[in-house]
Design a protein around this ligand. Structure first.
Ligand code: BTN
Length: 318
């Protein structure tokens, strides 16, 4: 355990006491100066540690920054987030997660950041990532065929829908395939990326971006949870809830369950609408009829035929 983790733990265990640097140092096996240095680093992370001159340290409040140790405290999952890395600023949490996965990091490893300087969205779009958003990536090693990846993306969106509903009683809709929206304004999105061979996936990185405490200007109108509920979002609590719901759905998925699809469809604000799908090579319009077990959108064309669409940019026309 890192020394700073131990300091927080000891202060948290005795919230009414002021613990001296000497006592903390003895318990952990480090010098008083080292305790002081760690306390300063913790204060920088946002921990409200009061320094009482000549007496020691008292913890008045934990940080709201999603540092690894706070995500882990009270986390109810068995796989997701058991190993986690927090960065104040990164280019893209997906990039870091992919590097870690290539180096062999365990399934469930979480990478989370306060700010991304080169956040990426689908179709190589930039994903603005200022302070106040949730930017996280998870490494999964599902051992599945690459064609099943789309289902994992849908399932991840559903986990966010469930988490936001349970914590804030707020209805988030899913715009196919992976946009999280409220009243047709964008709240977030999922970017899944995989590496593997033709028949087998080595790993999948699920990237989740959510406008929690601030919304950003993207190509379509956007909102944030804070704007919707009128108060600040507890980012750590929301991340923990997302991990809990995602793990539940993921384990069912690994057992072959497809029941999440029905729930996804109930939260879809694409089904039943006239849509335009801008693919790599062509653009088609039709009515969104259904989502099949591959996660593909089934479009009814004007001549009555059904077209199966696996990917593309979806624009609601009605
Ligand atoms: C989209 O709607 O286009 C998907 C946006 C996904 C953004 C997240 S933020 C965390 C992770 N890191 C990235 O660079 N992108 C994803």
């Amino acid at each position: 355990m890192a020394h700073s983790d131990s300091i927080v733990d000891f202060l948290l265990k005795e919230p009414d006491r002021t613990l001296s640097g000497g006592e903390l140092g003895r318990r952990i096996g480090i010098s008083r100066t080292a305790v002081w240095k760690n306390v300063q680093a913790l204060q920088k992370e946002g921990y409200k540690i009061e320094v009482r001159k000549g007496r020691g340290y008292k913890l008045n409040a934990l940080t709201s920054t999603p540092v690894a140790r706070e995500i882990k405290r009270g986390l109810s999952t068995k796989i997701l987030g058991r190993t986690s890395f927090y960065y104040e600023e990164v280019e893209s949490t997906n990039n870091i997660a992919k590097e870690l996965a290539r180096e062999g990091s365990a399934e469930g490893t979480l990478v989370i950041a306060g700010v991304q300087t080169k956040g990426r969205g689908r179709l190589d779009r930039a994903w603005e990532s200022p302070v106040g958003g949730i930017y996280l990536s998870l490494i999964l090693r599902p051992g599945i065929h690459p064609s099943s990846i789309a289902r994992l993306t849908l399932l991840s969106g559903l986990a966010v829908v469930r988490a936001v509903k349970s914590l804030y009683d707020l209805k988030v809709w899913l715009k196919w395939p992976n946009d999280l929206v409220i009243s047709d304004t964008k709240l977030g999105g999922i970017l899944s990326e995989m590496e593997g061979e033709a028949e087998n996936v080595n790993f999948v990185v699920i990237g989740i971006g959510i406008n929690a405490n601030r919304n950003v200007t993207v190509d379509i109108p956007s909102t944030s949870i804070k704007a919707e509920i009128g108060r600040e979002v507890d980012i750590i609590g929301l991340v923990q809830e997302i991990l809990k719901e995602l793990e539940r759905l993921y384990l069912e998925f690994l057992e072959g369950s497809t029941t999440f699809l029905d729930e996804y469809k109930k939260s879809s604000n694409t089904l039943g609408r006239a849509v335009e799908i801008q693919g790599r090579d062509k653009t088609i319009t039709g009515r969104a009829l259904d989502i099949d077990s591959d996660g593909a959108l089934l479009l009814q064309m004007s001549d009555g035929t059904i077209e199966k669409v696996l990917s593309g940019d979806c624009i609601h026309l009605s």
